[in-house]
Design a protein around this ligand. Structure first.
Ligand code: PGA
Length: 252
């Protein structure tokens, strides 16, 4: 594949999966990247917070970035069980996912909270990966663009740049279901988000727009070829190095 601009990012979101022993998969991933042709994309893994440091250390010099799955809105304080962006950065991580639909659903996170988390990430000099996406009912009602447009407008802070903000379009109904939108449907949403970012930011053309939701080795090449898709946010298929390498192969 031709070198793409912006440089794509394929990030694996382990969600609430993985134990210390799962770091074996990181060794396999690093070996796969070193042995095969290195993919023409950035590679990232986002494990559960207690694994961040061990994963960072295990990766060593391999070209795999580590990101967190969430951070608190505030820099520090009395918030039992939460993790600050400052600590995530201190552990050697470079990014944090904010506003994943599972957090919006499980923890009632609103667009305003997601925006505050993105700002918190930026204060710690982390890249914020802001997730947006419609539910099945919203798509069926013909409201996908309206919902996604509203989420982007209200979850992406002012003053961000392509260097510190990534948008991940993840239709809720495609996450973990094995179902994906058609290439046309993804292209429609991504070009809509692109226009919105270009209207708002001078470097809007350079923001990386990831697609997420049932990305697998078998469909990665087709999905990643859609215009304005600059990589993927991968859940289930990021847990095994073999599957994740199969997705990275879309960028060889
Ligand atoms: P999935 O999850 O790849 O398992 O569908 C994607 C995500 O939620 O980021």
């Amino acid at each position: 594949m031709q070198a793409q601009d912006p440089r794509p990012l394929v990030a694996g979101n382990w969600k609430m999966n993985g134990l210390l022993s799962s770091l074996e998969e990181v060794d396999k991933l690093a070996a796969g990247i070193a042995n095969g042709a290195r993919p023409a994309c950035d590679v990232m893994l986002c494990p559960p917070a207690p694994l961040l440091l061990a994963m960072r250390e295990r990766i060593g010099e391999a070209a795999i970035a580590v990101g967190a799955q969430d951070c608190h809105m505030q820099d520090s304080g009395a918030h039992t069980g939460d993790v600050s962006a400052a600590l995530i950065a201190d552990l050697g991580c470079t990014a944090v996912i904010v506003g994943h639909s599972e957090r919006r659903t499980d923890h009632g996170e609103t667009d305003a909270m997601v925006l505050a988390k993105a700002l918190s990430a930026h204060r710690a000099e982390l890249t914020a990966i802001v997730c947006v996406g419609e539910t099945e009912a919203e798509r069926d009602a013909g409201k996908a663009l309206e919902i996604v447009g509203h989420q982007v407008a209200s979850s992406v802070p002012d003053g961000v740049t392509a260097a510190n903000l990534v948008v991940a379009y993840e239709p809720v109904w495609a996450i973990g279901t094995g179902r994906t939108p058609t290439a046309e449907e993804i292209g429609e949403v991504h070009s809509f988000i692109r226009r919105q970012l270009m209207d708002r930011f001078s470097d809007g053309e350079q923001f990386r727009l990831l697609y997420g939701g049932s990305v697998k080795p078998a469909n990665a090449a087709e999905l990643m070829a859609v215009s304005n898709v600059d990589g993927a946010l991968v859940g289930g298929a990021s847990l095994k190095a073999e599957d994740f390498l199969g997705i990275l192969a879309a960028y060889r």
